[in-house]
Design a protein around this ligand. Sequence first.
Ligand code: PGA
Length: 257
Amino acid sequence: MRQKIVVANWKMYKTIAEAEDFMKRFPGEVSGVKDIEIVICPPFISLPGLSVLMKGTSLILGAQNMYWQKEGAFTGEISPLMLREIGVEYVIIGHSERRKYFNENDLCIKRKIAASFAYGLNPILCVGENFEQRSSNETEKIIREQIFSALEGFNLEEHQLPKMVVAYEPVWAIGTGTPAGGDDAEAIAIYIRSLLREKWGEVSDQIRILYGGSVKPENITEFTGKENIDGALVGNSSLKENIFADLINAVFRERRV
Ligand code: PGA
């Protein structure tokens, strides 16, 4: 059975002081939660401080991005080795904001996925169509291209599969307050699973698929209640500790009924 996972993507929000303030209070709000991986992805500069505050909790540290080289003359970049040193376990790769504002292309995303495995980080590969692509019925075509280009020529060993995460994030649903419907998201998750099977066979069923885009405490279980959706990637609703805790607790309660 795939373990549920909820990932907080703080984007470019929170100073170090604000991030640490969150982390002083948040663990207490989810202390009763078991068997759900909770991953916090703050801005890079907050990673070291949060890593200290998260010791002794079951929370997991993640990064929002990284470069694919170990070190070198790459001004402004952060390497997988540097992330590992701080205790980062997951890294978001190919988020639509990186594709859109920082021109990340398929080749760069593919290199980052390969580097994440090479350095023992678990990638959260983001895929999803924009509004125009959805309107012209290209959703499946786009997702197929994004998945196969990111994973091209890449042989994952079986033990690595449970660490791989794919996040379906329709671009039109991110930060808009208008999420995809639960059934629509499930249909795409099933499609993504069929692509992963095409590539790696049935063992790929261990790969977790998330939904992301305007997830809130009130709608999270519409997604996590589906057979093929194993959690969520959460932006806005992860910024306030009480709201994010409500969201996590909703997933936990649902799992127990
Ligand atoms: P949102 O962002 O929850 O604010 O829509 C999701 C994301 O970008 O990962």
